[in-house]
Ligand binder design. Structure first.
Ligand code: DAH
Length: 328
């Protein structure tokens, strides 16, 4: 064995690897040259027969050939197998690829259900912008300048003097200022408060507002409407109760609790705020409180979704992790 013979082996080996028609042929080339009983190990074993002066060059060349051939075979292997995969991949009898479908966000689901129930008894959907005037968000709602919720610590003010609405109640003002009674609206939307996020607080969240204004609207109408909503939303067994409370824009005002089963146990759960529209609010929007009366209510969607679905941390609702969202 000498250098010239080695070079011949090199030329044929590389050519065979290059020309192998498929993965099986390539594998035979690999075994023929690099296998345990292949030609290259044999060449190495014959190093001692090589003339002394050729030995260093011969050794180097043999090694180089081994590396070169190994590389080439690897490269051809990926070429041949990816080619064959592609060729096999098109199977016209296979069903098509479906794009993965997402699911409706729990907040959207709860909102849609609430809106649907009120629509079924004649309420129409109204909305307003997230950026509100101080008038719509506070003054017209009979909320005086010294009310704690007007504190800079509690509300996001913009340089323009406007603010990010801290509830959906300003939609009441917008709607009354631009429509004549009777009014029956439901207004879902996003709200903002300067809350530090934790398991139950978020600086933005959602509410649904309701407003009914007509002649001779009474507490009985408010109770009947909310009782109807409760039954539609949670089933006939649900009970509701009104607890006296204070809101600047309603008089009298209430917190309304529903009694229903969550997690296997029925209990009273605070669901919304409500009341009879304060005459001062009617005056501010240009209605005559001697002629019209009305009721209003507002509820937080996140809280409702968390109770209904047993969600422990409000932040789960905003992280948009599909593993979480696809459960609903
Ligand atoms: N705006 C109140 C809040 O964010 C909720 C509310 C209470 C709305 C009573 C109303 C109402 O319309 O009558 O806490």
């Amino acid at each position: 064995m000498n250098l010239q013979e080695l070079n011949q082996i090199r030329d044929t080996a590389l050519a065979e690897a290059r020309n192998a028609a498929d993965a099986a042929a390539l594998e035979s080339v690999r075994i023929k040259y690099l296998g345990r009983n292949g030609l290259l190990p044999e060449v190495m074993a014959q190093l001692k027969e090589v003339p002394n002066e050729e030995k260093p060059v011969f050794g180097k060349s043999a090694n180089a050939l081994k590396n070169e051939l190994t590389e080439l075979i690897k490269e051809r292997q990926t070429q041949l197998t990816s080619g064959s995969k592609k060729a096999d991949a098109f199977d016209p009898t296979q069903p098509g690829l479906w794009p993965e479908l997402g699911s409706e966000h729990p907040i959207s689901q709860v909102t849609a259900r609430i809106v649907e129930i009120f629509q079924s008894i004649g309420f129409t959907v109204a909305d307003g912008p997230d950026i509100e005037t101080v008038w719509n968000n506070f003054d017209a709602l009979n909320t005086p300048a010294d009310h704690p919720s007007r504190d800079e610590q509690d509300t996001f003010y913009l340089n323009s003097g406007d603010l990010l609405r801290c509830h959906t109640s300003p939609v009441q003002v917008r709607y009354m200022e631009s429509h004549k009674p009777p009014i029956r609206i439901i207004a879902p939307g996003r709200c903002y408060r300067r809350d530090t996020p934790d398991a139950t607080h978020s600086a933005n969240f959602h509410q649904v507002e309701g407003l009914f204004v007509s002649e001779n609207v009474s507490m009985a109408d408010l109770k009947g409407t909310l009782a109807y909503f409760a039954k539609q939303f949670l089933g006939d067994e649900v009970k509701i109760r009104f607890r006296p409370h204070f809101f600047p824009f309603t008089e009298p005002s209430f917190e309304v609790d529903f009694f229903f089963e969550v997690g296997g146990k029925a209990r009273w759960i605070e669901i919304l705020g409500a009341g009879m529209v304060d005459p001062n609010v009617f005056r501010k929007v240009g209605y005559d409180p001697e002629k019209v009366t009305g009721f209003a209510f507002g509820m937080g969607i996140e809280r409702l979704a968390m109770i209904l679905y047993g969600i422990k941390d409000i932040r789960n609702l905003y992280e948009n992790d599909v593993r979480f969202l696809s459960q609903f």
